[in-house]
Design a binder for this molecule. Structure first.
Ligand code: NAG
Ligand code: NAG
Ligand code: ZN
Length: 486
């Protein structure tokens, strides 16, 4: 490979996550811009650093970037989510073709080789494609307005994530933190109390909650939970009240002008503990292009009702925890994990000790002829946390068929990036198959939307929390009483 660092403005190394952890040269570690899709992005500062790249890195991984000196410098990573072939309808393919045409039109793009499309250095538009592969790309945008236009133009199964202007810390999960998760894994045994607690999760209550969030019951009036929409504020207020009624202490965490805030709720450990176990979902949603309605019944109303019903059951049973417990409903997930990035950074900044973090995103859908399932992420996250979830699933929700998914990059990624042990729970083994993904028809009352599956996965999230945080029943309550507490 011939590289002349004097020509392009920057060299972007786009490396598979598995190529780089844990051993990368310091010159790369100091020029890390985050994880996008299944890949880590670095800028290569000079040719001596280039020489130090691990030899597992293949040639196509290093991409010269040509940015106009006086043109847009803010980079946005765009990519297609991992989707099942059944979702590649002619309408969708046409949407993608339109989008690519739009990106290429009047944007002064050169085609130096077959696959990669690079800006050629001439005068640029406010939105310029600077790098492209079959299902991802990097776009330079002039300002927030241009970023907003880009996000409204994206095909439905595509996502955009801003690449930060300055490098971010490269923080692998410390060995000691992984060791703590391993300890939980090897000491894991069936616990009748845990079973009694998680079995009290109610499908009927979940149905009520999801019908409220989607306004299928006609009482909330929430048309959309898009982070910019008024409905997301209504949903945020309602969630905060529900969690508080369940005995948690909650606060709003605003993170960016114009966005609905994160809802951060907490049960303090009964006696002071430095450690926190965190479970989450995202309550913002996205609808079809050009339509206001964004009910997000599956994405991610399902993960939101999972953590909400865990809180309800904590209240019913009166349990207390030995470690601190946080339940977080994030916003801004659909615009590039913005809410969770802000919160994970805040936690890192205060030196928080997160034992583990488990994000629930899209729990409800499987094809009508498929069994209930649980997918864990193939690449992003801590494998030991995923293994813990798998083993807990076998004990408390044996009805689930468990396997890995290529779907990636929900809010657990923000915690992974800050060096916290984390994983995601997903509805399927394999890619996204929900025909209502990012669609205004993402309601709970439809074929394939399975609240029993949501309950089964919720039990896994809850049981993992109970095993990781440790808990006590109120005095005088024993395992037989748990069944009556609902
Ligand atoms: C997890 O479960 C598998 C399958 O039951 C088992 O073989 C493995 O030993 C378990 N892992 C640990 C660390 O206990
Ligand atoms: C994290 O744990 C360490 C060691 O137990 C402790 O010194 C520190 O105060 C903890 N951090 C927080 C924010 O509780
Ligand atoms: Zn989602």
């Amino acid at each position: 490979m011939i590289l002349n660092p004097a020509t392009p403005v920057a060299l972007l190394a786009i490396l598979r996550a598995s190529d780089v952890r844990p051993n990368i040269p310091l010159c790369l570690a100091n020029n890390f811009y985050g994880i996008f899709g299944q890949q880590s992005v670095f800028k290569i500062p000079d040719s001596s650093c280039f020489e130090l790249l691990p030899n597992t890195v293949d040639e196509g991984s290093v991409v010269p970037l040509y940015l106009p000196e006086d043109g847009p410098q803010q980079l946005v990573w765009i990519r297609e989510s991992s989707i099942h072939d059944s979702l590649r309808t002619p309408e969708y393919e046409a949407e993608v073709a339109d989008f690519v045409d739009w990106l290429l039109s009047e944007k002064h793009i050169a085609y130096p080789d077959g696959q990669t499309v690079l800006f050629n250095g001439e005068k640029s538009g406010p939105v310029s494609l600077v790098y492209r592969t079959a299902n991802s790309g990097v776009v330079a945008v002039a300002d927030q307005g241009a970023a907003h236009i880009l996000s409204t133009r994206l095909p439905r199964f595509w996502k955009a994530s801003p690449i930060p202007a300055l490098p971010v810390s490269y923080l692998p999960v410390p060995d000691a933190a992984i060791e703590r998760v391993r300890d939980l894994l090897v000491s894991l045994r069936f616990d009748a109390l845990v079973a009694g607690i998680v079995n009290g999760i109610s499908v009927e209550q979940m149905r009520k909650d999801i019908r409220y969030l989607t306004n299928e019951d006609g009482t909330s009036g929430i048309a959309s939970r898009h982070s910019f929409h008024h409905g997301s504020r209504v949903a945020g207020e309602w969630l905060k009240t529900q969690f508080e009624d369940a005995g948690a202490k909650c606060r709003f965490m605003p993170f960016l002008e114009g966005f609905a805030p994160n809802v951060i709720c907490r049960y303090d450990a009964k006696t002071e503990s430095p450690d926190t176990v965190l479970i989450s979902g995202h309550y913002d949603s996205r609808g079809s292009f050009g339509m206001e309605r964004a009910p997000g019944g599956n994405d991610d109303g399902s993960g939101t009702i999972s953590i909400l019903n865990i809180a309800r059951r904590i209240k019913q049973t009166g349990i207390t925890f030995r470690r601190n417990v946080e339940l977080v409903a994030f916003a801004g997930e659909e615009q590039g994990l913005l809410g969770s990035r802000a919160y994970a950074r805040e936690l890192r900044g205060r030196g928080a000790n997160i034992t583990l973090m488990i994000q629930a995103d899209m729990l409800a859908y499987h094809a009508p002829d498929e069994p209930p399932q649980l997918g864990y992420p193939q690449s992003i996250g801590t494998p030991e946390v995923a293994q813990l979830v798998v083993n807990i699933s076998a004990i408390y929700s044996p009805e689930l068929t468990v396997g890995s998914t290529t779907v990636c990059c929900s809010d657990h990624q923000s915690f992974h990036e800050q060096g916290f042990p984390a994983t995601q729970l997903f509805e399927r083994v394999g890619p996204i198959a929900d025909p209502m993904y990012h669609n205004s028809g993402d309601l709970s009352d439809r074929p394939g939307y399975d609240l029993n599956q949501v309950r089964s996965i919720c039990k896994v999230q809850f049981a993992t929390l109970l095993h990781a945080a440790g808990f006590d029943l109120p005095e005088g309550v024993n395992v037989e009483d748990l069944e009556k507490l609902d």
